[in-house]
Design a protein around this ligand. Sequence first.
Ligand SMILES: N[C@@H](CCC(=O)N[C@@H](CS)C(=O)NCC(=O)O)C(=O)O
Length: 269
Amino acid sequence: MNKFGKIYTKLAPINFRLQKFSVFKNLNSTGPQTTSEPTFETTKLNKMNNFGKIYTTVTPTNFRLHKFSVLKNLTGVGPETTPEFTFETAKTPEYLKKFPIGKIPGFIKDDFKLFDSSAILLYVASHIPNTPLLGKNLEETALINQYMFFAEAEIMPAAFIIIHQGRGVAPYNKPLFEHYEGVLRRFLTALNTMLADKTYLVGDRLTIADINLVCDLMWIMKFIVNPTYREEISNVTRYFKNMIESDGFKEVFGDFEYCKETIKPEIKE
Ligand SMILES: N[C@@H](CCC(=O)N[C@@H](CS)C(=O)NCC(=O)O)C(=O)O
């Protein structure tokens, strides 16, 4: 079904009628075959539609994979996925040989291997010609990195100590749990201040810092940030809501279920 019929028109980036079919194909993986000599940019982009391959589970809750689904929805460019991949696959000698850390996602393009979803996102986005997603000057790029590191090095570790203990994936330790609830609150409150008068993290348009952060916030908004907490960090709540309801994100986040009650570990006496 990948190619459905043939469409006769000029392959040009400004051919908005053809773009209807490109968008349709990006969303549904099916569309008509195109004709005539493509322009340079079009050839480059078409070739890049599948840029490398990302190894991870393909599930509606895999927020790290969502970073790439959003990127693909917005730009048409993204890695091929691995629907057959399971958590067990990540423990196989074949996977560990490629990625000794054994974490997912892993990414391969030709002989080049890369792990960590934010590093992969940066790398894939860097291959999109003239993309505004990487910022318009060195300062914007530096700010994008700042927000990506803030999310990965500060917010996510604190959030996942809470989520893992709350879901019974890690042993419950009350003082540690409460300590990291406080740490996360401090970071989300800071983020709330940073977002006070902003629609986007950097500049006046969407960048990969937003794609990265919004996807990272998914489990936090699902498991930790209850209705009162959402009011306390109302700028973060507004930002997250705006984003997940916008084009490119809404196809991935769907009808998002916000946290009703903060996750609590089941304590067995
Ligand atoms: N910072 C990494 C974190 C990756 C990560 O922790 N992935 C989880 C997926 S839920 C994993 O591999 N867990 C299995 C493990 O820790 O062994 C990224 O963004 O890619």
